[in-house]
Design a protein around this ligand. Structure first.
Ligand SMILES: Cc1cc2nc3c(=O)[nH]c(=O)nc-3n(C[C@H](O)[C@H](O)[C@H](O)COP(=O)(O)OP(=O)(O)OC[C@H]3O[C@@H](n4cnc5c(N)ncnc54)[C@H](O)[C@@H]3O)c2cc1C
Length: 269
């Protein structure tokens, strides 16, 4: 990528106005993904000077600033206290520490990469996104929107509720993208199941969740049925990391293991 100039905005409003001025102006976070592209950028708007790197622990929620690096989130005791620490667990499996010290959580979420190991757990954690212009959107709603985002993600908000969580990334080698990733969570409101790297982006398995959440008693038979339903209800495709059929099989296996673990029906999977 060729960057002709770097702009240091004085405020979020300043950054937003610069972004709107031209399609050749881009927001720059860690820059690690941007630099892989071949495009020429007239102006890279550096989000590094806007105090967006923070982890705030409030009474109701944990708020993670969009410019917080993956390593800072991974090391946070506050974030580790949510959903059995599935977000730090997922982050610790993304490439090497050097890159995790540079790459930002916001840059990952905004880009809606199919391979994202961050969107999958955040979806299952009912994360909300706070954008500068659009305001609050659930991650689920954001993923439903299409096209390029002309807005600035300020922070990710995770409500503090009693919760359990399970995350699994299947990859061929330690540094590779996922063949599939699966997150299962449990709160008083019920179970959430999300599956990503299908190879398209993480998605909630709403039919399987409904099956579990309306049941008065969940036994191993129902867990089997829900895991099969999760695998059958999602679309999987082939790529060089694995076939759609392989991904479907893995999904059934890991959704089942996640549910059994959270129901304390099996030793840690
Ligand atoms: C070699 C390599 C391997 C990787 N492997 C994995 C992996 O296995 N799993 C995984 O989940 N991820 C992986 N990633 C992706 C990584 O986690 C980040 O998603 C990616 O690097 C983008 O983060 P960044 O901070 O570098 O963003 P940048 O490259 O600076 O920006 C990425 C995009 O997001 C936009 N953007 C950034 N911040 C904001 C914001 N606050 N508001 C609005 N738009 C914004 C930018 O304009 C740009 O379009 C990998 C990345 C690299 C380079």
């Amino acid at each position: 990528m060729k960057i002709k100039s770097v702009y240091k905005p004085a405020s979020l409003e300043d950054a937003y106005q610069e972004l709107l001025k031209s399609s050749k102006h881009v927001l720059m976070a860690g820059g690690a993904w941007l630099r892989l592209s071949n495009r020429t950028v007239e102006k890279a708007i550096d989000l590094g000077c806007l105090d967006l790197a923070f982890i705030n622990d409030t009474a109701e929620a944990v708020e993670i600033g969009s410019m917080t690096t993956l390593k800072a989130v991974e090391d946070s005791e506050i974030v580790s206290g949510l959903y059995d620490g599935i977000l730090p667990a997922a982050l610790s499996q993304i490439v090497g520490i050097g890159l995790r010290n540079v790459v930002t959580i916001g840059g990952n979420v905004v880009a809606r990469h199919g391979f994202s190991d961050i969107i999958t757990p955040l979806l299952a954690m009912n994360a909300q996104l706070k954008f500068y212009d659009k305001g609050l959107l659930s991650l689920h709603e954001y993923l439903e929107t299409r096209g390029k985002t002309t807005d600035i993600l300020e922070k990710i908000i995770i409500a503090k509720v009693p919760s359990r969580g399970y995350f699994k990334k299947v990859r061929k080698t330690a540094l590779d993208f996922a063949v599939i990733n699966v997150a299962v969570t449990k709160t008083e409101a019920g179970f959430n199941i999300s599956v990503g790297s299908r190879p398209s982006v993480g998605m909630l398995c709403e039919t399987a969740m409904a099956l579990l959440n309306k049941a008065s008693n969940i036994d191993e038979n129902l867990v089997d049925k829900a895991a099969r339903c999760a695998a059958d209800s999602l679309k999987f495709s082939d790529n060089h990391r694995g076939s759609g059929d392989y991904r479907r099989t893995l999904t059934e296996v890991y959704v089942k293991r996640g549910l059994l673990q959270l129901l304390d029906l099996e030793e840690k999977a």
